[in-house]
Write a protein that binds this ligand. Structure first.
Ligand SMILES: *Cc1c(COP(=O)(O)O)cnc(C)c1O
Length: 465
């Protein structure tokens, strides 16, 4: 299978290249040149009986095509999900009459582990096979940083530098990152805000000399592999519901960068009988407004109780536009140009009806989020993380919809305490964090300081090896 850019400016590349590339060199997002034909009822039925790992291999195989032997892929998948604490990896669980797809049994207790554990192993595999090395650079406001660090800790030929704003991430989040002592993990606390950290990363990536001579790469949610890996649990959820090909299932998806819900869209294109995909947003409601009226207009970013969804411009949205516009890269460029010019883009008529067929959407306030945590706890004793609560609330009118539980509630105990006046007990992944030793550099919010730190760190390593 070959991959192209949503903006049409990248010569078709293979699977290994698309994984290593991340963002397309034309600024677009990479997508398959042609999606595989949807799977039929027989295959669906057979897949419903598979373990998460075996299912993952079946789903990934056509996208990998002939670039990775099946046995190697099996090994990569086995190793990636051995780090999950639940035997079903992403178990479906019922509480108070609602079904939750628990995506938080990985090493950092949030759903990003599902894709990043596999991505880290794939990076290592491809670098070993094809040569080269990779220095990952990213900024985090909390969750993604730790999932990325756990994805690549201890891996050969990979270093990771993660910047976080000093004193502005929660104690648990900070410890999740800084207690990882592997030699290839480099945490940097920036004396500044998250925006400062992000600006520094952008500045360093735009220094093309530095970027190429230091082989800088990113692990953000635009990597195609992350989307693909997230389709696995939609199929797995459906299988756990019984695997009757006549049964259609709806999913409510707590949404920020549109990666998770786009994976659901893709799963449907791949043949999974999904009835409805409910985009659940918090007060940052650009996507729910788009589904309502076809206007995609950037607003102000609000801080909410579900911080992983405090996003205005959703980076994966462009992939959906591409499919909405019948895979016409020229039409995507035209719409994006209007966005660039006027700060908003719009679809109407038949296209808007298509959007409303593909998704429904609901924005949920902090007050409603807390009320949902309270109500679910009262009804069942089950504690929702605030992101999952947004999903449950958005699906209130659809009791049969499966809600994606995107994080363990103990990661967001402040909100949990506010709702129910007690805390969720930490899962094994979060226990004892405050007593472990840490390692972290501290730098001024200056691109040059970070650049020098990366240079010096890599130079020291080169001398040691
Ligand atoms: C990242 C994240 C989300 C949002 O997922 P997207 O793929 O960005 O839409 C929701 N909940 C949690 C806990 C997250 O970490």
């Amino acid at each position: 299978m070959k991959y192209v850019s949503t903006r049409g400016g990248v010569e078709p590349v293979g699977f290994a290249d698309v994984v290593m590339m991340g963002l397309g060199t034309d600024g677009g997002l990479m997508v398959p040149e042609r999606l595989p034909a949807p799977v039929g009822a027989d295959i669906l039925r057979a897949w419903s009986k598979l373990s998460f790992q075996d299912l993952a291999v079946e789903i990934l195989m056509p996208f990998v095509a002939d670039e990775i032997p099946r046995a190697d892929l099996q090994d990569l998948v086995q190793r990636s999900y051995a780090s999950f604490s639940h035997p079903r990896v992403t178990p479906l669980r019922e509480a108070g009459g609602r079904r939750y797809l628990e995506l938080f049994h990985g090493p950092t207790a949030a759903f990003k582990d599902v894709a990043l554990q596999l991505l880290g192993n794939l990076f290592e595999y491809l670098l070993r096979r094809d040569g080269g090395e990779l220095n990952i650079l990213g900024a985090t406001s909390g969750d993604t940083g730790s999932a990325a660090i756990y994805g690549v800790r201890g891996k050969q030929r990979i270093n990771i530098f993660i910047l976080h704003p000093k004193g502005r991430v929660s104690a648990v989040q900070e410890r999740q990152m800084t207690t990882v002592l592997d030699a290839n993990v480099h945490n940097v606390a920036i004396r500044g805000t998250f925006d400062d950290a992000q600006r520094i990363v952008k500045t360093l990536f735009s220094d093309l000399d530095f970027k190429s001579s230091y082989r800088l790469g990113a692990v953000n949610s635009i990597n195609w592999l992350r989307i693909l890996a997230q389709t696995i649990y939609y199929f797995h959820a459906w299988g756990q519901l019984g695997g009757d090909p006549g049964q259609r299932v709806s999913f409510a998806v707590p949404t920020g960068n549109f990666g998770d819900v786009f994976a659901g869209f893709l799963a449907r294109r791949m043949g999974l009988p999904i009835e409805r995909l409910i985009i659940a947003t918090n007060r940052n409601d650009i996507l729910s407004r788009f589904v309502d009226n076809g206007v995609y207009a950037k607003g102000e970013v609000y801080h909410t109780l579900s911080p992983a969804m405090d996003i205005q411009v959703a980076s994966n949205f462009e992939r959906y536009l591409y499919y909405l516009l019948d895979e016409d890269a020229g039409a995507v460029r035209t719409l994006l140009a209007s966005m660039q010019q006027s700060g908003c883009l719009q679809v109407d008529g038949e296209r808007l009806r298509q959007v409303q067929q593909d998704f429904s959407a609901q924005a949920v306030s902090d007050r409603e989020t807390l009320a949902q945590i309270r109500a679910t706890y009262a009804a069942s004793g089950y504690i929702l993380c605030p992101h999952t609560a947004v999903g449950a609330r958005a699906a209130a009118a659809e009791p049969d919809a499966v809600v994606l539980a995107t994080a363990h509630p103990a990661k967001f105990n402040q909100a949990v305490r506010e709702a129910i006046d007690r805390e969720a007990p930490p899962p094994p992944a979060l226990q004892g964090l405050l007593d472990k030793p840490t390692r972290c550099a501290e730098l001024d919010a200056e691109p040059l300081a970070v650049r020098e730190h990366i240079r010096a760190t890599l130079a020291t390593e080169a001398n040691l090896s």
